[in-house]
Design a protein around this ligand. Structure first.
Ligand SMILES: Nc1ncnc2c1ncn2[C@@H]1O[C@H](COP(=O)(O)OP(=O)(O)OP(=O)(O)O)[C@@H](O)[C@H]1O
Length: 572
């Protein structure tokens, strides 16, 4: 030890070396001794010893001169705290053990019947909001129940009232013998807080709601529906609006929110089956009317010439389309009240999904639609002319003989009548028609040809081709071109000419504008739900810019599309 820590460690190292050699010579017990001397704890002890040796030499001053007293003080304080906590714990135990509760409750009455139901008092702060629940009466027992709780409404947010709870009292008044309307009046009259005494439903059904988005294909107004359980809880909607169905528990009345929405509370809407039933009833209740859609296209047209060379703009083709036939839509019926035949026959809701086109996917077909003369072709031509490498029309088929300068596959695909008929028979045309004894048509293949060449196909269609272009393979984005007001039409079309059946175009007349407005009104009434975008063609330059933006958005932005396009089914 006199040689200091480092001397000692040197000795230990020498000894270990010596013992290691003994291990190699297989001397009995040497390996045990070697591992003992080599052990980490012995090394650590030596290090401690070295430190102590150094401090002995440097003799550092103590940190405190009263360390033992300090620890005593600290211990006392710590013990006091522990004792207090422990005392409180024991006191709580004694209170429970001696059943020494406060306040003392009155004794339980002896005469409680065994089948007494558990009731719940629910107190809601109303603050002028509706309750967010509908009420019904059991026709046999006369008892009043919560029929449904509206998603996001007051009752739903409280989490205290549920469909199936039996109401006994409202604000201290028994509801015994009351009609649901009377109960609703009591609820409606309460301004600040409202108190319910209810017998809660014993087993609440578990519903795994799946999120469902639909496009409304019909208009609905709860205020005009006498069958709705509570008109104030209903939600109106218009054709084309996107609805999020949040609850389909009830077979007749669903709960939904309109999108885009910041509505916290859902509203009642008729289920698919119920709305279909209503539409059918309405349809049959209407007096006979000749078919409005057909009337629109049977009207006479006048003359004009066509300067365009780009495919799909030829005058004969355009004129024949005014008498076009649809091949994919079921033929129209003889009765067509103002709610178009489509909505009377088909589902009132179309399931939709939010879809983003991927860069490698084919472009969506752009289909322009509008009343004759509104400027659909002018806009289409101008769009294609902005960049023919990106935008292209579809080449129509015709049975007419080619003229000297015409080439098949440029102005038209020239085909025989037999082939044309065959294509009609096989539903290969989006639309077709006859003009001066010749047939003209736009085939699905000619549209696909453009789409497959990675271009954006831009066509104009008549309303009866809507169903044919709304398919999984074409994914049409339908742009409705709406005329501006009569006054704006007169102003903007001062120097424009209308295309007519005659070879001379003529300036627009006031009757043309009125006819355009009338046709627009009918188109909107029947087909609004199919329009992905609506634009008013007032100033031509503005409209061209609007169209370009809409077409870009159609290709690049997420859109609501029919779910069947993304999850193709047999019918798509
Ligand atoms: N915004 C506008 N302002 C002024 N003139 C316009 C405007 N839009 C279109 N026009 C003109 O109106 C006339 C009719 O337009 P266009 O031929 O495009 O009608 P359309 O909707 O295709 O109808 P149709 O299919 O019956 O021919 C054309 O002379 C066109 O130049």
């Amino acid at each position: 030890a006199g040689r200091g820590g480092s001397g000692l460690r040197q000795i230990l190292t020498d000894v270990i070396e010596e013992v290691r050699r003994s291990v190699h010579q297989d001397i009995d017990g040497a390996d045990i001794l070697h591992s003992l001397l080599n052990s980490p704890w012995l090394q650590s002890l030596l290090k401690v010893y070295e430190c102590l040796q150094r401090h002995l030499r440097n003799s550092p001053p103590p940190a405190l001169d009263y360390a033992s007293g300090l620890i005593w003080d600290t211990c006392l304080k710590f013990l006091t705290v522990v004792m207090l906590v422990f005392q409180a714990l024991l006191s709580a135990h004694d209170t429970v053990a001696q059943k020494d509760y406060e306040p003392v409750l009155p004794p339980m009455p002896d005469d409680i019947p065994d089948d007494e139901e558990a009731t719940r008092i629910v107190c809601l702060v109303k603050n002028k909001q509706p309750l967010g629940a509908t009420i019904k009466r059991n026709e046999v027992t006369g008892e009043i129940f919560i029929a449904r709780v509206i998603h996001g409404g007051l009752a739903d947010r409280s989490g205290l009232l549920h469909a199936g709870d039996r109401i006994i009292e409202v604000n201290g008044f028994s509801v015994d013998g009351m009609e649901p309307e009377q109960v609703i009046q009591v609820v409606a009259r309460s301004q600040g807080t409202i108190m319910f005494k209810v017998v809660p439903i014993t087993e609440r059904p578990v519903h795994n709601q799946t999120m469902l988005y639909v496009r409304a294909m019909a208009d609905y107004s709860p205020q005009q529906d006498p069958a709705i359980p509570c008109a104030d809880a209903g939600m109106s909607f218009k054709k084309g609006e996107i609805l999020e169905i949040v609850d389909q528990t009830d077979a007749l009345w669903w709960q939904a929110k309109k999108l885009p929405s910041n509505m916290s509370c859902a509203g009642l809407i008729p289920s698919t089956n119920l709305l279909k039933r209503k539409q059918r009833e309405f349809w049959w209740s209407q007096p006979y009317q000749p078919h409005a859609c057909i009337q629109t296209y049977e009207e006479a047209f006048e003359s004009g010439s066509c300067k365009a060379f780009i495919s799909g703009f030829r005058r004969s083709m355009r004129l024949c389309r005014r008498r076009s036939h649809s091949v994919t839509q079921p033929s129209c019926h003889n009765r067509c009240p103002s709610s178009c035949c489509y909505s009377a026959m088909s589902s009132p809701y179309e399931e939709v999904v939010r879809h983003q086109r991927l860069p490698q996917d084919a472009h969506r077909l752009i289909a322009l639609l509008g009343p004759s003369g509104v400027g659909v072709n002018e806009l289409r031509r101008r769009l294609i002319e902005t960049n023919p490498n990106i935008f292209q029309g579809a080449i129509p088929h015709t049975t007419r003989a080619p003229r000297g300068y015409e080439e098949s596959g440029r102005e038209y695909y020239f085909t025989s009548r037999e082939i044309f008929d065959n294509m009609v028979y096989n539903n290969r045309f989006l639309e077709y028609g006859e003009y001066k004894g010749n047939f003209y048509g736009t085939s699905i293949e000619s549209v696909k040809e453009v789409l497959n060449s990675e271009k954006i196909c831009v066509i104009d269609i008549e309303p009866n081709a809507i169903q044919a272009v709304r398919t999984h393979e074409l994914k049409a984005y339908i742009i409705y071109v709406k005329p501006p007001t009569l006054e704006h039409l007169r102003e903007s079309r001062q120097d424009s000419y209308i295309i007519t059946n005659y070879y001379v175009n003529r300036p627009f007349k006031d009757e043309d504008f009125q006819e355009m407005e009338e046709t627009a009104r009918k188109m909107e009434a029947h087909y609004w739900q199919f329009f992905d975008h609506v634009m008013v063609n007032d100033d031509l330059e503005d409209s061209c810019a609007q169209l370009l933006t809409a077409v870009r958005k159609a290709q690049d932005d997420p859109q609501w599309v029919p779910a069947s396009w993304i999850r193709p089914t047999a019918e798509s």
